[in-house]
Ligand binder design. Structure first.
Ligand code: COA
Length: 167
């Protein structure tokens, strides 16, 4: 069985992620959406449990996609699950250097897994989880950026309450 892992912070999952997951599910027998630890992002707005719940609610239409989490090295997780690929979305050229560096490091640590880059659909080119968080926290409309199943949960958590905005 050819297993692929889509790792990320998913704080929260967006339409951009879902597009990559959808396309990966057509290329591999099984896709694991892996909520992973990014040491450069210390203050997630959603707990790991909440992020997995959101992912689970948007992958119900796929019979070969599951959600999981991992606190340690991605390479160790790949070895444990016998995954043959890491699937990542490439947005702009600015993503490339960082992604290339991670792909090389992961290859060194786990030579049995390839990193596969899928080009992001043009409409998701400038989308990111932090952009969604910022728009929601300022009371904006995020319905074009996240799946409908999780829209209200994100707004409920992040939208400004009257009198709490400080400039
Ligand atoms: N469409 C839209 N946005 C996308 C996207 C897509 N297809 N793919 C990624 N993004 C966004 C993400 O939402 C994220 O937004 P944010 O910075 O506002 O949160 C941004 O692009 C960066 O994504 P990514 O580069 O995937 O970072 P990440 O934090 O989501 O994931 C990990 C990085 C978790 C995969 C990486 O740190 C990791 O592997 N950690 C495990 C520990 C480890 O093994 N470290 C050694 C690695 S060599």
């Amino acid at each position: 069985m050819r297993i692929a892992v889509c790792p990320g912070s998913f704080d929260p999952i967006t339409n951009g992620h879902l597009d990559i997951i959808n396309r990966a599910s057509q290329l591999f027998d099984k896709v694991i959406v892996l909520v992973s630890y990014n040491p450069n992002k210390q203050s997630a707005r959603f707990s790991v449990k909440e992020r997995i719940e959101m992912i689970n609610s948007v992958i119900t239409g796929f019979d070969n996609v599951v959600a999981d989490c991992n606190e340690g090295l991605l390479a160790d997780y790949l070895e444990r699950t016998k995954a043959c690929a890491i699937v990542k979305g490439l947005r702009a050229v600015t993503d490339f250097e960082y992604e290339f560096q991670m792909a090389l490091a992961n290859r060194q640590l786990c030579p049995s897994a390839e990193t596969v880059f899928l080009t992001t659909s043009p409409k998701n080119m400038y989308l990111s989880s932090s952009m969604v968080r910022e728009i929601a926290s300022l009371g904006g409309d995020i319905s074009d950026f996240v799946p409908p199943q999780i829209c209200s949960a994100i707004i409920k958590r992040l939208s400004p309450e009257k009198g709490t905005i400080k400039i």
